[in-house]
Design a protein around this ligand. Sequence first.
Ligand code: COA
Ligand code: ZN
Length: 188
Amino acid sequence: MISYSRVTNKDIEDIIECYEKYLNNGEPVRQSIRAAFARNGYLGYKAMDGDESVGYFTFQDGFSLTCPNALYEKEMLQAIGEMRYVTVDALMVNDEYRKMGIANQLAVRNLAMLREHGIDCFVVEIWVYPDGSAPAQNVYEKMGNVIYRKHAYGFYQDSEQYGIGCPICGKKCKCSALLEVIRLGEKV
Ligand SMILES: CC(C)(COP(=O)(O)OP(=O)(O)OC[C@H]1O[C@@H](n2cnc3c(N)ncnc32)[C@H](O)[C@@H]1OP(=O)(O)O)[C@@H](O)C(=O)NCCC(=O)NCCS
Ligand SMILES: [Zn+2]
């Protein structure tokens, strides 16, 4: 049976290991996760099968994009206005445990947690694979109303220059990102 609990600083190394396997790899990834925990700005849920972690859905305080982009940042912050927000750090489920509803379960718990923290909305960079699929889009969009959406083609073309690699493409990343701000809804 899968159990769900909040992430703590004991999870840092495991989160980094999964992040580098399933999302992006490189020193900036490790630094950003460690720094967020150090300033008490990392929150989210993990899914466990016994002693083994099988999924994470986490957030960081403040605004961050994998590849900095002043234009998108300005537009997204404008959409956010005075609202309190966090940014999605990771959503990843162990490949042997996918399509079992784990991401949805993590989302339900995060929605309650974000509300308890007085958060109004979140920033998310949804990964669009080279084939155009975006497997996580449903999970995020069910958490509320999309108040900003832009498909950023070629978003990761400079990721190599930031020391970031893609688990699908390697150094020259052909993926793109759907940049969204989602205002929290009442329920998933
Ligand atoms: C995306 C990911 C987290 C989904 O986790 P999961 O536990 O398999 O998802 P769930 O079983 O809870 O399904 C959640 C929803 O997404 C849909 N979904 C799941 N995998 C999908 C896929 N490959 N393509 C399209 N939709 C998909 C499900 O149909 C479901 O939709 P519904 O709620 O409308 O029925 C998982 O595939 C993963 O870790 N992928 C690699 C990392 C990644 O892409 N992370 C997202 C970064 S933005
Ligand atoms: Zn890629």
